[in-house]
Design a protein around this ligand. Structure first.
Ligand code: GCU
Length: 343
């Protein structure tokens, strides 16, 4: 059984617990009765997502679920959008303890658990989406990294979805870092990204994604940075109408899954799961360009203005972050492998 549309808007830990109880959370048996009595051990997996149902990540995950239903013995996916299972930091804990099965979490969240992940969160490590996808789905580069949290946190990284290029937005056009002087820029919960806000000319204020609209509206922060798709689907253009193309970073979302659950799949179902996941991230990449274009048009229709920046003025401070944040041999190895794969 799959529920394609969730309209629940529930916030806070208590509500999450209630919701999980209602969904059979914490029970690793087949909660959806979907194995048809044929001896299969599959279940409908709950996936935590902080995006809307229009976002490419929701669409690709929902189609992944349909693929699993057709090609496995009882496995499926139920996507919970809009942080209904909690913001990313919370979702990550829930996947660790098995009360949620999978989550899409930004790379910044994983940097706080294993500092090697910092490498792929750096400005300018990836030239574009294609380069990023080729690196992060190359098991020779990422194999050890993706299994590194299995022992300590009981989840496995499967690969990821692009966040596209991220740029700044505020209530006036930005051309150089000086235009962001004195501005509080909302960043993800990451030391690197706090430093990145300084490199962009402002000061970093970490905040969960779902709080940002109100943060901008109330003036708790003055600016934010994200891709056009988030800018539009989260309606941030209503409260920060100038989007300036700093293109400081090609961001990355990871797909994580509870390791015990992953290891419980039969060999055949695991093979189908891997195929379905590959198709899902490929579909996501294909959807991304169109979604970006639609987001630009939608935000413009809502009053937003997009403008170019003085790239040279941002280049040096952003590039300096790599030498500051790469401090170990393993980080350097990942960085070199990523750069070697650039065209
Ligand atoms: C993007 C990304 C999310 C992330 C968000 C953020 O939308 O896809 O995973 O949480 O940026 O800035 O927090």
């Amino acid at each position: 059984m799959r529920h394609r549309k969730h309209t629940l808007v529930i916030a806070g830990a208590a509500a999450t617990t209630l919701l999980l109880a209602a969904c059979g959370g914490g029970d690793s048996s087949d909660d959806a009765g979907s194995n048809g009595g044929g001896g299969g051990e599959g279940k409908t997996m709950r996936v935590a997502l902080n995006q809307t149902e229009e976002h490419p990540s929701y669409i690709a995950l929902d189609n992944f679920g349909a693929y699993l239903e057709e090609n496995t013995d009882g496995w499926g996916i139920d996507v919970f959008p809009n942080e209904t299972l909690g913001a990313q930091a919370e979702a990550l804990q829930l996947v660790s303890d098995g009360s949620v099965d999978m989550a899409i979490v930004s790379g910044t969240q994983l940097e706080n658990l294993n500092e090697d992940f910092v490498v792929f969160n750096l400005p300018r490590v990836f030239d574009d989406v294609e380069h990023q996808m080729s690196v992060i789905h190359d098991p020779e580069i990422t194999g050890e990294l993706y299994s590194s949290l299995e022992e300590s946190n009981n989840f496995t990284v499967l690969g990821g979805f692009t966040q596209g290029a991220r740029s700044v937005y505020t209530d006036a056009p930005v051309e150089t870092p000086a235009d962001l002087a004195g501005q509080k820029i909302r960043v993800q919960e990451s030391d690197l990204h706090i430093a990145m806000a300084e490199a962009l000319g402002g000061a970093g204020t970490p905040m969960a994604y779902g709080e940002l609209y109100t943060g901008l509206q109330s003036g708790v922060v003055d600016a934010a940075e994200n891709n056009e798709v988030s800018y539009f689907t989260q309606r941030h253009y209503e409260v920060a109408p100038y989007f300036s193309y700093t293109n400081h970073l090609v961001g990355l979302d990871y797909m994580i899954i509870n390791t015990d659950l992953l290891e419980s799949m039969s060999e055949e179902d695991r093979a189908a799961f891997d195929e379905g996941w590959t198709a899902a991230h490929q579909e996501h990449t294909q959807l991304w360009a169109d979604a970006t274009q639609e987001a630009i048009e939608g935000a413009e229709a809502g009053g937003a203005t997009f403008s170019e920046v003085d790239d040279a003025a941002f280049a040096e401070p952003l590039e300096a972050l790599a030498s500051e944040f790469i401090t170990t041999d393993s980080q350097q190895t990942l960085y070199d492998a990523a750069r070697a794969a650039a065209r």
